[in-house]
Write a protein that binds this ligand. Structure first.
Ligand code: SF4
Length: 215
């Protein structure tokens, strides 16, 4: 079922080329800034950071927090997010601001290290694991939860429960996981929205959605 859904989504939307960034650090910044806001807001904040040459971990580390808050304002919750960025940079300082220093760790150890940073939750940690470190870890976000509740007719209780469903039923391939997550976001924004447009959904046409078959 999961592979079939992937194939249908890929056929509709094609490759999404995620994560949209120019560097690993920009990916991490985007993963932290995107918490609770739309990507459009994050893009504005990243544009501001690029303009003042702060998409560099050492430079951002040295930047006073109140100035950073102002620069990332478009991303919303800017005080909280500036603190989270600073927490992450404090963590990265232990590794000389070099993601390669962290590649030595196995996935569970690395995940626990990331989760130990205040303000880095499961979704952010898994985004970093998947898109920066290319680990086979499926990212579960609010879109994934909503769409797969509908598709499977199951009330997934926890992040891990739904994540396990992907891990156990797909080959553990980081490229596949990365593309799949991006396609879920694309479908959730255009068709399987808050109010789903099931009549126009090609997944529905394949007869693999529990919600659509109920209605
Ligand atoms: S059929 Fe409806 S509920 Fe199911 S995936 Fe498509 S849009 Fe979402």
């Amino acid at each position: 079922m999961l592979k079939k859904i992937f194939e249908v989504l890929y056929k509709i939307y094609g490759p999404q080329n995620w994560w949209p960034s120019d560097s690993d650090f920009e990916t991490a910044v985007g993963a932290i800034l995107t918490q609770s806001v739309s990507w459009r807001n994050v893009e504005m904040a990243i544009h501001n950071l690029r303009r003042v040459d702060l998409l560099n971990p050492k430079k951002m580390y040295e930047c006073p927090e109140d100035i950073l808050e102002n620069i990332i304002k478009p991303a919303g919750f800017f005080k909280v997010k500036a603190r989270r960025l600073k927490n992450f940079l404090e963590f990265m300082k232990n590794y000389d601001f070099d993601f390669d220093e962290l590649r030595q760790y196995d996935t569970d150890t690395l995940r626990n290290l990331l989760l130990s940073v205040s303000g880095v939750g499961k979704e952010t940690a898994d985004t970093i694991l998947l898109y920066i470190f290319k680990r086979p870890v499926f990212v579960v976000d609010a879109y994934t939860l909503r769409m797969f509740k509908r598709l499977t007719g199951k009330d997934w209780k926890t992040y891990e429960e739904l994540q396990d469903f992907f891990h156990k039923n797909l080959e553990n391939d980081p490229d596949l996981f990365g593309e799949y997550h991006a396609l879920i976001v694309a479908h959730s924004k255009s068709i399987c929205k808050k109010k789903p447009v099931c009549d126009m959904c090609q997944v529905n046409q394949e007869g693999i959605c529990e919600k659509a078959t109920e209605s």
